[in-house]
Design a protein. Structure first.
Ligand code: ACM
Ligand code: ZN
Length: 763
């Protein structure tokens, strides 16, 4: 919108708060028409609110009082300068905002629409109002640009999640988190209250849940795939009393945010079973988990367990006014159920097919109970396995497929695929990022998200209620780090869910990005610890007429890139750099001679494959295909930790065959590649694979080797395919069978494994 028009305001009065106003709203409204001139708001401005719009009125008055030192006087609908009136023709949650020099008119059909009009007005006011102004700046007047905005959300469910089990965040921080959602016109807060590492909600009937289950003896240090395993030796925990919960729920109502509490079952229940061992299959005392991952001890579906869960839900349900209770349902390994006499008898007695059938029976029973209390359940997409409960809403996280299947079964869906919505993933390729769970989800990829999969027709697509981003906190111990992981990516999920997915990415993303740069002033005023990678550099290999070039770009406008190649003289970047040998590029962004952001560096291996052609029997999974098939021979290796970057390619469950055509017979001495191995996220390097080299006629095999991979303990498995060898070849073929279904006892048991492969280096 920066491009539409920058409204330059004239300061016609010394008492006007100086501001250089550009209309830079996030999320972007559906339509905006800018005019010249402005409306002046000060302590004499009068306002009328339709009584039904109390939530909007309270928000605006509190915002002005705390930021500007005044609130607005009330006047009649006829006389007020700012009028919020009801107009049944406005869409649900939408509003029409018209600002002229003497009047602001807002029309909305419901209180949410009026509330979101206030959020827009808030973003049209200077960011300084987000904090209390210094006394001498107070009681001034503020200018709002004249414009007309027509706005409404594309999706009714616009959510963010927070895991308070892996790390606990107190009620004041949770309120701040919710307030930040309101700023972005998001309306659902999914509060993940129970898990293996801590039970966080007081249940009066079962005091041990918080006396015992809210505390763990110690916590794993570093990444949970690091060896050796290290622990901090410090007792850790905390919980919310029911009074705390009521306070947060009441606050959320003032922000137009509905809270969806999650009580996990039948898996992720170790803290509960630790408090009441009879809830498990073995009856044995187990500790609250001290490390991360998926645990075998899950609720045993006996009558006592159902009584317990119904009693818990009977205390939870009245605390939360929203229509949904999230019952989890994900990652429940079936090992204990397979070895439990009660579970096996239940499968027989109820005529269930297997343990998946038992999981489905479990969820059905809980759904019936929750429905009987007038609420609906949401479950993670595993609740599809063994048959969906009749009224369940599905949260599709393992990808989009669960959501597609559920929509086709006429069930409502919230999309939250790991590929685009997991904010616990790395967001930058910079090596000094704080340790994260893995993966790579930059702002750009979040912005590219479309919650409606192509596979669904228009009728089926109606079942997609919206999307949510999740913040799992295994590696996020502090409030500051929560904010770092959430911002600015939350701005992108807000725009995807409110404004709608981008239909012209090349044009929309730069526009969004420039608004993000501007929005950071507001985040600063709100004291939000956002990640700032506005001044990062992105590098890309280009192939032109058989030659290799390296292109450098930085996402914000008006900056200069200076680079050096192999430590040579620093030069100003003007065009892609010709690469003819192994090269190390270092670079920085400058503005007016001042260095911004962090150092960039990339190593390019100029190997024999770099100018070759590559083909694959199947395309990579679209969620992990950022670099395309060429990424396997572009001279650049992927990160050791971020398999979602643009160098690794991911394939889910499929056998892979790669053919590299060197263009002519060449002498080859060595071929190497790497596989990623991260069982916690179901990535398993293959057990074995083969490589063959063929002559120019494409027929005669001159070399064939089958390789077994034995030590799969490392995160990335480097393999030498051809070593100390000399052969002439034109075609190189590599067959990589998928690891297969993940067996019991390993992370991701019962699911297809992912294969991730990196650069194939031919020398
Ligand atoms: C999940 O991430 N286990 C829902
Ligand atoms: Zn059992």
């Amino acid at each position: 919108m920066r491009n539409i028009l920058a409204v330059i305001l004239t300061l016609f009065c010394a008492n006007v708060f100086s501001q250089n106003t550009e209309v830079e709203l996030i999320p972007k409204p559906q339509s905006i028409e800018l005019k010249t001139g402005s409306f002046k708001i000060d302590k004499n401005t009068t306002i009328y609110f339709e009584p039904e719009f109390e939530i909007a009125e309270n928000f605006l008055q509190d915002f002005l009082q705390s930021g500007a030192g005044f609130s607005l006087k009330k006047a009649s609908e006829k006389e007020a300068n700012i009028i919020f009136e009801k107009d049944a023709s406005q869409p649900s949650e939408g509003y029409l905002l018209d600002i002229s020099n003497l009047k602001i008119s807002v029309k909305a059909s419901d209180a949410s629409g009026a509330f979101y009009a206030v959020q827009t007005l808030r973003q049209l006011l200077p960011p300084e109002l987000e904090k209390s102004l210094a006394p001498k700046e107070r009681n001034k007047s503020f200018l709002i640009p004249q414009l007309t905005i027509t706005d409404f959300p594309k999706f009714q469910y616009r959510g963010m999640h927070l895991d308070v089990s892996r790390h606990f965040f107190d009620k004041e921080f949770v309120k701040k988190y919710i307030a930040n959602l309101a700023l972005l016109k998001m309306n659902k807060f999914h509060w993940h209250l129970t898990d293996d590492q801590g039970w966080r909600i007081e249940i009066k009937k079962y005091p041990e849940l918080t006396a015992k289950g809210a505390f763990r003896e110690e916590t794993r240090i570093g990444h949970y795939e690091d060896k050796p395993e290290l622990y901090d030796g410090k007792r850790y925990g905390g919980f919310y009393t029911q009074e705390d919960i009521k306070e947060v729920v009441a606050f959320a109502a003032t922000q137009n945010v509905t809270i969806i509490p999650e009580i996990e079952m039948p898996g992720h229940a170790q803290a509960a079973i630790s408090s009441y061992p009879e809830l498990g299959c073995t009856g044995k005392q187990i500790p609250v988990a001290t490390t991360w991952g998926v645990f075998e001890d899950i609720f045993c579906p006996k009558e006592e367990t159902f009584t317990f869960l119904e009693n818990v839900l009977s205390e939870v349900i009245p605390l939360f006014p929203g229509e949904y209770i999230h019952i989890g349902g994900d990652e429940a390994p079936k090992l204990r159920w397979k070895n439990c006499a009660h579970c096996q008898k239940l499968i027989k007695d109820k005529n269930l097919k297997d343990e998946n059938g038992l999981q489905s029976y479990f969820i059905h029973r809980i759904e019936e109970f929750v429905n009987s209390k007038g609420k609906k359940i949401i479950g993670w997409d595993e609740i599809l396995e063994g048959g969906l409960a009749p009224n369940a809403t599905v949260m599709s996280w393992r990808g989009m497929q669960g959501g597609i299947d559920a929509a086709r079964q006429k069930h409502e869906v919230i999309m939250t695929p790991v590929s685009h919505c997991y904010f616990d993933y790395y967001q930058s390729e910079n090596l000094d990022e704080p340790v994260a769970i893995g993966g790579f989800l930059p702002l750009k990829k979040v912005y590219s998200f479309n919650p409606i999969p192509d596979e669904l027709n228009a009728e089926e697509a109606k079942y997609i209620l919206g999307a949510q981003a999740n913040l799992w906190t295994e590696y996020i111990p502090t409030e500051k780090q929560v904010e770092y992981m959430v911002f600015p990516r939350a701005l992108a999920i807000s725009e995807v869910t409110w404004s709608g997915p981008s239909t012209n990415f090349e044009k929309d993303y730069p526009d969004f990005f420039s608004r993000v740069e501007d929005f950071m002033k507001r985040l600063d005023a709100l004291n939000i610890n956002y990640a700032n990678y506005l001044y990062e550099i992105e590098g890309k290999i280009l192939k032109v007429d058989g030659k290799i070039f390296y292109e450098l770009t930085t996402p914000t406008k008006g900056k200069e890139i200076r680079y050096s190649i192999n430590n040579s003289k620093v030069e100003v970047y003007s065009k892609p750099i010709l690469i003819e040998k192994d090269s190390k590029i270092t670079a920085n962004v400058f503005k007016n001679g001042e260095k911004l952001g962090r150092n960039f560096s990339e190593e390019i291996k100029y190997h024999k494959g770099i100018t070759a052609e590559i083909s694959l029997n199947i395309p990579p999974n679209p969620a992990y295909a950022a670099g395309g098939k060429e990424a396997l021979i572009n001279g650049i290796s992927g990160s050791d930790k971020r398999y979602g970057d643009k160098e690794w390619l991911g394939f889910w469950g499929d056998d892979l065959e790669i053919t590299i055509d060197l263009g002519k017979q060449m002498e080859v001495h060595s071929i190497k590649t790497r596989f990623f191995n991260s069982p916690g996220v179901w990535i398993y390097s293959p057990k074995e694979f083969s490589i063959s080299c063929e002559n120019a006629d494409g027929k005669k095999v001159s070399y064939l080797k089958n390789i077994k991979l034995e030590d799969q303990n490392k995160i990335s498995v480097q393999v030498d395919l051809v070593e100390n060898f000399s052969l002439k070849t034109r075609y190189i073929k590599i067959k990589v069978p998928n690891y297969g279904m993940i067996p019991d006892g390993l992370q991701g048991a019962g699911h297809k494994a992912w294969t991730f492969i990196d650069e194939i280096i031919v020398e």
